[in-house]
Design a protein around this ligand. Structure first.
Ligand SMILES: Nc1nc2c(c(=O)[nH]1)N[C@H]1C(S)=C(S)[C@@H](COP(=O)(O)O)O[C@H]1N2
Ligand SMILES: [Mo]
Length: 435
């Protein structure tokens, strides 16, 4: 027992027993006998608990009761998606639903900051304006964009800046994403650079500012729910696209159709949906989502839970390295006698690539290298497979960690705490029960 506690302390389990895997794993037994507190949304063993006690769970007392995951009901979307918020609508994809090489649109996560606009009846008539620090202000319809420019298709990861936030302790503000604020789809469109070339960038062009037609939750038309931008270098990257198709189909309204930006490798919030305007600015953009603690991380590490000083923050650009186990699912029950555990997953690393993925079934004492695929194109995720030996029947936790091309590896727990919880890339862990 003393040994166990020492291990827990090393992993910082004491700080947040209910939130952290070590705590919830042990608590799973408690959950079997009706401790609803163990069934946190990201709780690793909740699957067993729910399966084992379908009707025994007592009505937990409000307001501390953790809610059972609420599944998404939305036309064209998979009901396995988990709603993190309904106003605005935000839903994540459980890791086990990210098992396809290309994420089907029905399984792609949803993130809105404001109201979802009504679907346009005239997609090709949709207008986009490019103005500001350009020689020729450009007004172009989607129809013209499709006919005048050369389209490209690339499989690229889109990932919410807050992905992994649920692992922060103490909890950070915002949607409690586990690892499901990400997906990898085939995007078809035109490099933004080609349009910026037509418009002719002035020497003073430093930053973009993205605008769209979605309304603020308040309904105030003068108040964009979100308007972010990127350094002009990123806007000129040939992989930064204005897209109108997702997985070979017209971009669905919920994903920003008829036309959106895809700025791969950087927080998803830079990938403006329902794009109407790109204002090229001579300075860093300061729209909603650009300032104070939004999509920013601490320059000097701060004390977890502190208020934070905005002067100590910088804009989050490339997302950190991450790996997910997509099969088996957390909570899988495997046949007695299973000794070879086959695993599948995905990994990606913002602007970088992933050079290695490792798997442990003994809480990190020993690791085995996974077989890692190459990306199809830049910003594609890298699928991996692994086979690990299990010495006996019983309860196992499987950990996956990825290392990026510069040598940075995922930490055991979300590090570099910040008030809104960005950059949380703790290793993904699942529990499996053999026999
Ligand atoms: N116009 C507009 N674009 C937006 C948003 C938004 O609220 N409004 N949310 C952003 C955020 S935070 C993310 S993570 C992605 C999510 O894209 P998806 O809903 O297609 O998955 O869209 C981005 N683009
Ligand atoms: Mo996001």
């Amino acid at each position: 027992m003393a040994e166990k506690n020492a291990a827990d302390a090393r992993c910082g389990v004491d700080a947040g027993k209910r939130r952290f895997l070590g705590g919830t794993a042990l608590a799973a037994l408690g959950a079997l006998i009706g401790d609803a507190g163990a069934l946190s949304g990201s709780g690793i063993s909740s699957a067993y608990a729910q399966a084992a006690a379908p009707s025994a769970a007592p009505p937990a007392p409000a307001p501390v009761a953790p809610k059972a995951p609420q599944h998404l009901k939305f036309p064209g979307k998979n009901e396995g998606l988990v709603v993190l918020g309904d106003r605005p609508l935000v839903a994540e994809t459980p890791e086990s639903l990210l098992d396809d090489d290309t994420t089907p649109t029905e399984k792609f996560y949803i993130r809105n900051n404001g109201q979802i606009p009504e679907e346009t009846r005239d997609p090709d008539g949709w207008k986009i304006t490019i103005d500001g620090e350009v020689n020729n202000k450009l007004e172009i319809t989607l129809g013209e964009l499709k006919s005048k420019y050369k389209a490209v298709t690339r499989r690229m990861v889109l990932e919410c800046g807050g992905n992994g936030r649920a692992a922060f302790s103490p909890p950070a503000r915002g949607n409690q994403w586990t690892n499901g604020g990400a997906g990898c789809a085939e995007w078809t469109g035109v490099p933004l650079a080609d349009l910026l070339k037509t418009a002719g960038l002035k020497k003073t062009a430093k930053y973009t500012a993205h605008y769209s037609s979605d309304l603020h939750l308040s309904g105030d038309a003068g108040k964009p729910p979100l308007s972010r931008g990127v350094r002009i270098e990123k806007a000129l990257d040939p992989n930064t696209l204005i897209v109108w198709a997702m997985n070979g189909q017209p971009l669905p309204n919920i994903h920003g159709g008829p036309v959106r930006l895809v700025v791969p490798g950087w927080p998803g919030s830079a990938s403006q949906k329902w794009l109407t305007r790109i204002w090229v600015r001579d300075r860093e953009h300061d729209g909603p989502g650009m300032t104070e603690f939004s999509y920013r991380i601490a320059i000097k590490p701060m004390v977890p839970g502190d208020k934070g000083d905005p002067a100590n923050f910088r804009i989050l650009e490339s997302m950190p390295v991450r790996s997910i186990i997509t099969n088996p699912a957390n909570g899988a029950k495997l046949a007695a006698g299973t000794r070879d555990l086959k695993l599948r997953g995905a990994s990606w690393a913002g602007d970088l690539t992933v050079k290695q993925v490792d798997i442990s079934t003994d809480a990190g004492m020993t690791w085995r290298q996974a077989k890692l695929e190459k990306p199809k194109n830049k910003y594609d995720w890298q699928r991996w497979t692994a086979s690990v030996k299990l010495p006996s029947d019983g309860y196992y936790e499987v950990w996956a960690r990825a290392t990026d091309s510069k040598g940075a590896m995922q930490p055991h727990q979300a590090a570099s705490w910040n008030p809104q919880g960005y950059g949380g890339n703790a290793m993904h862990r699942i529990a499996v029960l053999v026999g």
